[in-house]
Design a protein around this ligand. Structure first.
Ligand code: HEC
Length: 203
């Protein structure tokens, strides 16, 4: 049940202003000008801080031992980093995907709806790196701040998440060994691979 809605997608802004010029009093115009709650900036910053750290580790591991080796590192390091960031910031942080590799990275219904929206926006030409959603929702009587930021497929991701022809040497075999139910391959450059998802109870 939604208490208040605040939908933020920077890449939608050109679209919104396009709507604006057609219908100056449309609801879309008021969404674009609603001042942002302070927690949104904080969530955005926290969500943005983890992926570059993880990618730095993966790059080093790929250089040293190749992508198949780096898979094993990612399996341990990625959840640990999310947990460390959760402890450091007071936000519950994890990664989710509609094509999840980690069996635990399944989105809940709010996250699923958000990821489906991100995928539609990306397919319609939006830059996936700009897609985000922030909202206060009520869950079992508790207000919860929720934030998601899309993780776009970059060149560096293709060795482990791309189509069969793009996967690195030994990657397919290692994946079927470690993630027998993997849905995290077959992605193309620019698509939404998944998202960082953050939540925190409203005090
Ligand atoms: C060295 C291989 C490797 C590379 C490169 C890589 N990933 Fe992954 N990725 C993995 C593995 C392994 C997992 C599962 C980790 C786990 O068990 O939690 C994963 C999981 C994820 C998840 C969590 C959801 C899920 O499916 O479990 C997201 C989101 C993700 N990767 C995005 C990316 C993006 C975006 C890039 C490029 C910027 C990238 N990955 C690069 C191996 C890789």
């Amino acid at each position: 049940m939604k208490k208040s809605t605040l939908l933020l997608a920077a890449s939608l802004l050109p679209l919104l202003s396009a709507c604006n010029s057609i219908a100056p009093n449309s609801a879309a115009a008021s969404v674009a000008t609603t001042p942002e709650a302070a927690w949104v900036g904080e969530a955005r910053q926290v969500a943005g801080s983890v992926p570059p750290k993880l990618m730095a580790v993966l790059k080093t591991e790929m250089q040293q031992g190749g992508p198949a080796h780096a898979i094993g590192v990612c399996q341990v390091v990625a959840p640990n980093m999310a947990q460390a960031a959760s402890q450091a910031t007071g936000w519950q942080i994890r990664r989710v995907s509609l094509g999840n590799r980690n069996p635990k990275a399944v989105p809940d219904s709010w996250e699923r709806q958000t990821l489906e929206t991100f995928e539609r926006q990306q397919a319609a030409g939006a830059d996936a790196s700009k897609l985000e959603r922030a909202e206060v929702v009520t869950e079992n009587g508790q207000q919860v701040k929720r934030y998601m930021r899309a993780l776009p497929v970059q060149e560096a991701c293709l060795q482990c998440h791309g189509t069969a022809d793009k996967l690195g040497p030994g990657v397919a075999a290692r994946l079927s060994e470690r993630y027998p139910h993997d849905k995290g391959t077959g992605y193309l450059l620019g698509q939404v691979r998944g998202a960082m998802t953050l939540r925190q109870n409203v005090q």
